[in-house]
Design a protein. Structure first.
Length: 141
């Protein structure tokens, strides 16, 4: 998982001494982009060589901005509430509750970002609908 498209390729999370800085950077990016819906976050926080592992959004800043713009237009009432941010080295995970429209249960989303040289260079996501009830007593959040 750690040795993917971005360079340099490594076998473990890198740059552990930057954990706190990377966590703050990604938290600010998610707040600006997904909570406040400000696409200018890409210009501030994302590297030009950005690799997007979601097949619905193109690589690069221009492609990602276009993909997210279309997503935000499709769901104008979207609400995103980050629940937790976990970081180690150059990898930062953000677990959030996405609700497309008021009254919906929404989705649990885990975004994983790689940060290099103060910019986000790579992104993965996993999405799961929030069930009406939990089979085991644990909630999504």
């Amino acid at each position: 998982m750690f040795s993917t498209l971005s360079r340099p390729q490594v076998e473990v999370p890198g740059e552990r001494w930057f954990t706190a800085y990377n966590k703050k950077l990604v938290t600010e990016f998610v707040d600006q982009l997904m909570v406040r819906k400000d696409l200018a976050a890409f210009d501030t926080y994302v590297a030009p060589e950005y690799h997007q592992h979601n097949p619905n959004i193109p690589d690069g800043v221009v492609g990602a901005k276009a993909g997210l713009s279309a997503y935000l237009e499709k769901f104008p009432q979207l609400s995103v509430e980050p629940k937790r941010v976990i970081a180690e080295g150059d990898l930062v995970a953000v677990h959030s509750h996405y609700v497309d429209a008021p009254g919906e249960r929404g989705r649990a989303v885990l975004d994983l970002f790689r940060v290099r040289d103060g910019k986000i260079v790579e992104h993965w996501d996993a999405v799961q609908d929030v069930p009406e009830t939990s089979a085991n007593g644990n909630t999504m959040f």
